[in-house]
Design a binder for this molecule. Structure first.
Ligand code: ZN
Length: 512
């Protein structure tokens, strides 16, 4: 069996998805879960992008010891220095640096000749190799690059000290057979190729990212980059859970395996989806809600007689369990904490009291508390509460079929002052949001609003996601409550608080 390393870029390429912005504790929570999933490498961010990015990459490198942590850097000394600052305390400091190699990028973006591109790449790799234990180099837009030039520049960066060579299909353009042939070509035309590991990085613009990555594995790629749930720029990246399960279920064919702990897949998928607000489509392979649902009578009959008639993946393989019960209002702190632990959530001593009281409050109003409820509460109260400029004190909304909806809101501001406003709108949510906007000195455009129930039942908790433009920046937020209006107000404030926090903490280090 050939070993294939998994390089997870959920926190870098995935975080580049439109409208996704995670705070530090959310990134850390995802990193911890990726460690449990047992990925080989976590790309934690782009440290040169802002002091906030640098700080979160540093925190992840300090915390995660079970796998290697890396960060992205352009072929620029200051980027590599910022990455070193962020990664030097990691278990195995590893840099991921890149330069574009395709004619389109050389001519229009870099405005550099082939020779200049080679020179820039070689000197940046040489500089990086003087600091980092492992240097990975990527040829951005490799799949639209002339193959002889690609082979030439790869030979040069290997000689300069790169140990991993990544061949990204940056724009999601290539097909599986062609991609396999690129790897074959490089094995035949790069003299030093056997000194390095080759890596794939595919985008899903034509829906081929997983198929392309698998083709590369068949042609000698030893590392696959991707993200959980396939999130990322535009149509996203290779969905790592799909790739890992495909290798596992068809090991007879691929003869390759990852070291992933497949049972952690469903939990990882849920966490990433909840924190990023990027919903998983019901029909998505491996992690979609319907991925294991048999609907037609003929299929149900077959599965009842023998599961494997229509089921090639068992839900248990990827960590789905059928025990959703359950805690209630009589459950104690100990049971609460134990159940969280079983769900893979570790809570600090100083946090447990606050979380437990929120749990009790919710359990008083809701008969049963499922695992899904517990996870939602902890993610909400534990991770999004860290930076608050505005805090919700109270809301009152009036609605009647023949009345104008009216809202009254009381907030506390950053200096603990009380802010109170009233307003109207065409509907309840609009009245509420118009009033919240009045409370602030910012212009806010709502770009998206989504509401979901957490689990089933009439007394289910409401989870609201919003995307908005606030202070000229796009941001997103989420809110959880028993009542839909309260959840909506919380989501709105969560999004605003994130922007105000970013504004205070982040002046870009690199402006280029
Ligand atoms: Zn990418």
């Amino acid at each position: 069996m050939q070993k294939v390393k998994i390089f997870d870029t959920t926190l870098r390429d995935g975080e580049q998805s439109a409208g996704v912005n995670l705070n530090m504790s959310e990134k850390l929570e995802i990193a911890r879960q990726l460690e449990r999933l047992n990925v080989d490498i976590i790309e934690a961010g782009f440290p040169a992008a802002s002091p906030g990015d640098l700080a979160s990459v540093r925190e992840i490198a300090r915390t995660i010891k079970g796998c290697s942590v890396t960060g992205l850097a352009r072929a620029v000394i200051s980027d590599i220095d910022a990455a070193w600052e962020a990664l030097k305390e990691g278990a195995e400091p590893r840099l991921h640096t890149f330069i574009a190699t395709s004619p389109i990028h050389r001519e229009f973006k870099l405005k550099q000749s082939k020779e200049q591109v080679i020179e820039t790449a070689v000197s940046s790799v040489r500089y990086a190799a003087s600091k980092f234990a492992v240097v990975q180099w990527s040829a951005e837009d490799a799949c639209r690059t002339e193959l002889p030039f690609l082979a030439e520049i790869i030979e040069q960066v290997i000689r300069a000290g790169a140990q991993v060579i990544n061949i990204p299909d940056t724009v999601g353009y290539i097909t599986p057979e062609e991609y396999g042939n690129v790897f074959k070509y490089l094995y035949e035309h790069v003299p030093s190729i056997n000194k390095v590991e080759l890596s794939t990085h595919c985008h899903d613009d034509l829906g081929l990212a997983v198929a392309n990555s698998l083709a590369a594995v068949q042609h000698g790629a030893r590392q696959v980059e991707g993200t959980i749930n396939g999130i990322g720029e535009r149509a996203g990246n290779t969905a790592l859970e799909e790739l890992a399960v495909a290798l596992h279920i068809r090991k007879d064919y691929f003869q390759a395996e990852t070291r992933l702990n497949l049972q952690e897949i469903s939990r990882t998928s849920t966490l990433v989806s909840k924190l990023t607000g990027m919903e998983v489509p019901a029909n998505k392979a491996v992690v979609g809600r319907n991925a294991f649902a048999h609907e037609s009578g003929i299929h149900q009959d077959g599965v009842l007689k023998e599961k494997t008639t229509y089921e090639i993946i068992s839900p248990e393989l990827v960590g789905y369990q059928n025990n959703s019960m359950v805690l209630g209002k009589h459950s104690g702190r100990h049971a609460f904490r134990n159940r969280l632990k079983e769900l893979g959530i570790e809570v600090q001593d100083q946090e447990i009291n606050r979380l437990f009281s929120v749990f009790k409050e919710t359990a008083d109003r809701k008969k049963e508390m499922t695992d899904e409820d517990l996870v939602a509460i902890v993610l909400e109260e534990g991770l999004s509460k860290t930076e608050s400029f505005y805090e919700l004190k109270s809301i009152q909304v009036q609605y009647g079929t023949n009345q104008i909806p009216t809202a009254t809101v009381t907030l506390s501001g950053s200096a603990n002052e009380e802010i109170q406003e009233a307003g109207t709108g065409a509907g309840s949510i609009e009245a509420l949001y118009n009033t919240l906007e009045k409370c602030m000195n910012e212009t806010i455009d709502l770009l998206d609003y989504r509401i979901q129930s957490v689990g089933a039942g009439r007394d289910a908790l409401a989870q609201v996601y919003v995307k908005m433009k606030c202070a000229g920046k796009e941001t997103s937020g989420r809110g959880l409550a028993q009542d839909v209006l309260e959840a909506s107000a919380k989501a709105y404030l969560n999004a605003v608080n994130r922007v105000l926090y970013m504004k205070e903490s982040a002046e870009p280090i690199v402006s280029r």
